[in-house]
Design a protein around this ligand. Structure first.
Ligand SMILES: NC(=O)c1ccc[n+]([C@@H]2O[C@H](COP(=O)([O-])OP(=O)(O)OC[C@H]3O[C@@H](n4cnc5c(N)ncnc54)[C@H](OP(=O)(O)O)[C@@H]3O)[C@@H](O)[C@H]2O)c1
Length: 257
């Protein structure tokens, strides 16, 4: 007997999702989770070998997928991505701006080039891609930006990174107000510390970085990429049809303390 699902429709079958940062870490998990929800995918990254691993993982889940290998800071990157979505799938329903970089450094010594680089990938690229995607959107569109707890709270050696994630938060809210009337929902997810290649250098040298992260959050563990992916599927889905302009902390309760 089939069960009627009125309250929790997470089904993305027949929809197309674009995911940047799909070659690694959180973006790969998001791509796999969206595939499990039924979405066809446009997977964006720079490293072809790792993108091929993601494409194999999503195809195993029975959906179609296309790769776009681009440097997101190039001015023509956004067009290349939406062109691929159009040509392969005829439009898009979900855009997940996940690609990002983190260059922690003491404020006194951080070069302006490092500030500019983080702004270009973390803020300018999602701005450009969201703008380029708009003409190709289908009805029921969701944009999910991946911010950070660093967009919620300040951290030492992270002034530039925090500035970029704070900008993502307010860009999300501004777009939610401007695009909401056109049926475009824009939300962001603020992951806590998640073990990925991005922070491997911090985790690697000793347990000094890791131990407090395991002990401090109320849930007593470091986050996994799948924790973030589940939140993104919900925000992308029809179940979240009244959620717009939200910043969703997924941090095991760290910020609640
Ligand atoms: N890990 C955490 O603890 C954490 C916490 C909060 C928020 N976040 C955020 O979550 C997002 C994903 O982070 P992650 O931990 O999964 O990092 P990651 O494993 O280092 O992955 C970063 C992704 O971004 C892509 N990327 C970076 N610069 C790019 C560029 N210039 N052009 C195209 N693609 C580019 C990378 O592509 P290639 O590898 O193909 O070059 C890769 O797919 C980021 O926005 C990050 O700020 C992470």
């Amino acid at each position: 007997m089939s069960v009627m699902r009125t309250y929790l429709n997470l089904d993305l079958s027949g929809k197309t999702a674009v995911v940047t940062g799909a070659s690694s870490g959180i973006g790969r998990a998001i791509a796999e989770a969206l595939a499990e929800a039924g979405a066809d995918l446009v997977l964006v990254g720079r490293n072809e070998g790792r993108l091929q691993e993601t494409i194999a993982a999503v195809r195993e889940r029975g959906v179609e997928a296309e790769l776009v290998i681009v440097e997101l800071t190039d001015d023509d990157a956004a067009k290349a991505i939406v062109d691929a979505a159009m040509q392969r799938f005829g439009g898009l329903n979900v855009l997940v701006n996940c690609a990002g970089i983190f260059e922690p450094m003491p404020f006194e010594t951080q070069p302006l080039e490092s500030f500019d680089r983080q702004m270009a990938v973390n803020v300018r690229a999602p701005f450009a891609l969201t703008q380029a995607a708009l003409p190709y959107r289908r009805p029921e569109v969701a944009v999910v930006n991946i911010s950070s707890i660093a967009g919620y709270a300040g951290f030492p050696q992270s002034a530039a990174y925090c500035a970029t994630k704070g900008a993502v938060e307010l860009m999300t809210r501004a777009l939610a107000t401007e695009l909401g009337p056109q049926g475009v929902r824009v939300n962001c997810v603020e992951p806590g510390n998640i073990r990925t290649p991005m922070n491997a250098a911090q985790f690697a040298p000793s347990r000094e970085y890791e131990k407090p992260l395991e002990e401090t959050p109320p849930l007593g563990r470091i986050g996994e990429t799948e924790d973030i992916a589940a939140a993104v599927v919900y925000l992308s889905s029809p179940a979240a049809k009244f959620v717009n302009g939200a910043s969703w902390l997924v941090d095991g309760g760290w910020a609640a303390q």
